[in-house]
Ligand binder design. Structure first.
Ligand code: PMP
Length: 326
């Protein structure tokens, strides 16, 4: 899915709500030349039954963003809570009543030549309608291991969601798509499996769910965290965080990718080999259902992950609070 923005879309830019057609940066912007920006991706899901838009774990996303900005020395002069309020206001101003993707971006904004950064920083937040990110998630993806290695923590930290680092994801994505695959899997410099181009990776073997540890040059995904919680609590599965060999991808029982944009995307073939029977496996299928229910406000235990934008109907959490004060 390519998300093209409506020119009248209202975005938050330089402290104001303006149409996207007026939100412009100069061609000498430091981040444009040197990749010195940090971005986030946040989802909001529209629930038809509740007529409500639920923003998914925005506090965690904004806290991660601010931490990652710290890696590059970018200052975002708002708290995570204030950023959530701006995000919700954007959705209301655009009257978004569909699934939404939010893209916060903070960047080095000086207009000059020279790589040494200074303290001129800016940030923007864009919220736009957004459907499926990857094609073929219904029948499962065919992933290919890229010849490009995942960037190393001592080069550009993968956990940092740093703009310039996404040249690595772009190279890998383009390479494997040209070879006919749907999505890339990247190995790290030690030769172990790191993650997809824009998503984390899970493998099921012998009833356990295994994912690379956070020190394997991966982004510390929030969907990864949500999936681990659902798998543990709802399916009673053991989760193991450890390095994964490439050849384990070829012999595992299930493989799937997780991320804000992709959700939970099962992989049924990898490097032209079937994953088990080349069908979406039972763990991925069940996690997809649970993730859908949890993110659309249907599971009270996970309402802690959601912030309703319109608050036209009381959430399960609000109902419980009302009942306890009544
Ligand atoms: N890895 C990379 C490289 C990513 O860009 C993303 C998307 N943010 C993820 C993993 C998944 O992270 P999250 O679940 O927080 O979206």
């Amino acid at each position: 899915m390519k998300a093209e923005a409506d020119p009248n879309l209202i975005v938050y830019f330089n402290g104001q709500y303006v149409p996207i057609s007026e939100a412009r940066v100069g061609i000498l912007t430091h981040a444009l030349h040197y990749g010195t920006g940090v971005f986030e991706g946040i989802r909001a899901h529209w629930d038809e039954g509740a007529q409500e838009l639920f923003v998914l774990r925005p506090i965690e996303h904004y806290e991660r963003w601010k931490q990652n900005c710290g890696i590059l020395g970018i200052h975002v002069p708002k708290t995570a809570e204030e950023l959530c309020l701006i995000t919700e206001e954007l959705m209301r101003r655009n009257n978004l009543r569909t699934n939404v993707y939010v893209r916060p971006l903070a960047y080095k904004s000086a207009q000059r030549i020279g790589v040494v950064p200074d303290d001129q920083d800016a940030f923007t937040i864009v919220a736009l309608p957004f459907g499926e990110y990857l094609q073929h998630t219904e029948k499962g993806l065919h992933a290919g291991v890229s010849s490009w290695r995942r960037i190393d923590d001592n080069a550009i930290p993968a956990r940092g969601k740093i703009c310039g680092a996404y040249a690595n994801s772009a190279l890998a994505s383009e390479e494997v798509r040209r070879s006919g695959f749907d999505e890339a899997i990247l190995l790290n410099e030690s030769g172990h499996v790191a993650e997809g181009a824009t998503c984390n990776l899970f493998m099921a073997r012998k009833g356990k769910l295994i994912t690379p540890s956070v020190t394997d040059n991966v982004l510390e995904g929030i969907t990864r965290d949500s999936v681990m919680e659902l798998a543990r609590r709802e399916l009673g599965l053991d989760i193991v965080e450890r390095s994964i060999d490439r050849s384990e991808l070829y012999i595992c029982d299930e493989l799937f990718l997780t991320g804000t944009a992709v959700g939970i995307a099962p992989v049924v073939r990898v490097d032209n080999r079937p994953v088990k029977d080349a069908e979406i496996g039972p763990i991925a299928r069940r996690l997809q259902q649970l993730y859908f229910e949890a993110t659309h406000g249907h599971m009270a235990a996970y309402s802690k992950w959601l912030r309703p934008v319109y608050r036209t109907v009381p959430t399960a959490q609000a109902l419980r609070t009302e009942m306890s004060v009544a």
